[in-house]
Write a protein that binds this ligand. Sequence first.
Ligand code: URA
Length: 206
Amino acid sequence: MQVIEISHPLKDHYLTIIRDKETDFENFREYSSKLSYLLFIEGTKNISTKVKSIETPLTSIDGLEIENENVAIAVLRAGLGLVDGVKNLLPSTSFGYIGVQRNEETATPEYYYENLPNLENKNVFILEPMLATGGSLSFAIDKVKEHNPKSIIALTVISAPEGIERLKKEHSDITLVTAKIDEKLNENWYIVPGLGDMGDRLFGTT
Ligand code: URA
């Protein structure tokens, strides 16, 4: 599994804002959205382009355009916080949604919703901001693999080493792009230092 941790001062700046417990949900949302641009830029580095012949006002050239074969899947609900970067940087991307919530007592994923576009032979970007135990993301990847995608790229804001290890074992063929690899999980399976509950902080719930 290829693991890419973004290295950029803007990433550090945005991440510090959303980690701060004093940040209100409007700013939390705003800076999560900004991080989604950095994640998607990194995640799309190797997607394929094709030649498009165009005329500039001065001459003809062979330009490049991205092939229309990209799908993003937001894992509900925290994954919605990463939609902006994808839809604004590459508006031709189709979107799907997978609802998985973790059982707070056992940390096991519980599946409750799925709405997916055609994934066959597509680059599939899975938006799951917090990679904790890896249960939800691994489950979402299993679902996506049933549809024969071309590639799978998971975009996460914070990843715990425990979740990365799990993905390496269960899905060694994917790419993981993360803003930050944190220290560990605590006894309640929250990432430390982390940022708390991403869904609650994005949507102003507790
Ligand atoms: N999900 C979150 O929102 N936060 C964590 O720390 C772990 C899982």
